[in-house]
Design a protein around this ligand. Structure first.
Ligand code: ZN
Length: 116
């Protein structure tokens, strides 16, 4: 989630990271020019490219700073993503939580715990 946060801070409104086996494969922020260039879409595209196939995405986790929209939710489902971790709610533009549940995907809120 730290890298997704950095992406949102440095470049755009939303940041996302694709993580496989505990390793960040790619991180991105929203593309302000491309209407489909949401951070989640970009990490799916680049992740599939880097891993050599979109099949490899089925074992990856998407971290995103905002609850995914319908387009990203559908793309994550088509990619075989099973787990999505989001940081903030997205009251204006979010997919319904039931979309994930009915497709055997987990959508969990990121819980930040400060180290003491
Ligand atoms: Zn989206």
């Amino acid at each position: 989630m730290n890298e997704a946060n950095e992406m949102a801070k440095n470049g755009g409104v939303v940041g996302a990271s694709l993580v496989l086996d505990g390793k960040v494969i790619v991180s991105a922020c929203n593309d302000p020019v491309d209407p489909t260039g949401h951070a989640e879409m970009i990490v799916l595209r680049k992740g599939a490219e880097l891993l050599g196939s979109w099949d490899a995405l089925s074992k990856a986790v998407v971290y995103t700073t905002r609850f995914p929209c319908w387009m990203c939710a559908g793309s994550m489902w088509h990619s075989g993503i099973k787990l999505v971790i989001y940081r903030d709610a997205n009251p204006a533009f979010k997919a319904d939580r039931s979309y994930f549940i009915h497709r055997n995907m987990s959508i969990n809120k990121y819980e930040y715990h400060e180290l003491s």
